[in-house]
Design a protein around this ligand. Structure first.
Ligand code: ADP
Ligand code: NI
Length: 219
């Protein structure tokens, strides 16, 4: 099947699969990551088709919404891409992107590395930052009925992957446990550049937040 056709069929499948998803992990998130990934790919030597498919399928079944099961996303992508007869090396690469993109505390060694994964991961991380990142974080916190802020529960910066996945901390803590760490973990030059403005905006948001709750930033 022609690449453009594969992308069109994939988009239709993903929109259908993600209908009714939580507001931070819906088709709009995928669409933003896809666009940002294409933009970054314009500055990096990479296979654009793999970048696009990786971005489109990266959250096809996020383990957070499937009882922690990390094998469902890769399985769904594999089944669909085989059904539309995408080449096996391309499918293999897309599956590796889905398996390796997630932050999950960020303290794990990566098992797979490629320019295409670097690009999609940067695009996904950028969507976790800035105004959109803030909105998504509160959307997810609301979805889980989390506290917004609790001055008695400090962030935990030393979480293992399991602790991170199980964490029920207030939403503000997520800024310290993940969002503010992303700027220094970007893979590409363009990603690093785009991260600066979004990082600064989150810092401004937090400063204003603490002014309004009448508290010094203590962590
Ligand atoms: P992970 O951090 O598990 O790799 P994602 O990249 O899918 O997960 O996270 C996407 C977004 O979901 C985060 O940037 C954030 O907005 C929201 N999110 C994930 N975990 C939490 C959490 N514990 N508290 C608040 N928001 C969260
Ligand atoms: Ni994502």
């Amino acid at each position: 099947m022609h690449q453009e056709n594969v992308l069109q069929k994939s988009i239709a499948f993903i929109k259908e699969t993600l209908a009714g998803a939580e507001g931070g992990h819906d088709w709009q998130h995928i669409s933003r990551v896809w666009n940002t990934a294409k933009y970054i790919a314009g500055y990096e030597k990479s296979d654009q088709f793999i970048v696009e498919l990786g971005a489109l399928f990266h959250d096809i079944a996020d383990s957070k919404f499937h009882s922690g099961d990390e094998s469902i996303g890769p399985k769904i992508a594999l089944k669909f891409l085989l059904s539309i007869e995408v080449d096996e090396p391309a499918i293999d690469h897309v599956i590796k992107i889905i398996e390796n993109i997630s932050f999950k505390g960020g303290n794990e060694l990566l098992t797979f590395k490629s320019p295409e994964l670097d690009i999609v991961q940067d695009a996904d991380r950028l969507d976790a930052m800035g105004a959109i990142g803030i909105a998504r974080t509160f959307s997810y916190g609301g979805f889980l009925n989390r506290e917004i802020y609790n001055p008695d529960i400090p962030p935990n910066l030393q979480m293992t992957r399991e602790e991170y996945k199980k964490s029920a901390a207030p939403v503000i803590n997520h800024f310290y446990e993940k969002l503010l760490l992303l700027k220094d973990r970007m893979n590409t030059g363009k990603g690093r550049e785009l991260a600066i403005e979004r990082h600064d905006f989150m810092e401004q948001f937090l400063a204003q937040f603490y002014r309004e709750v009448g508290k010094e930033v203590s962590w």
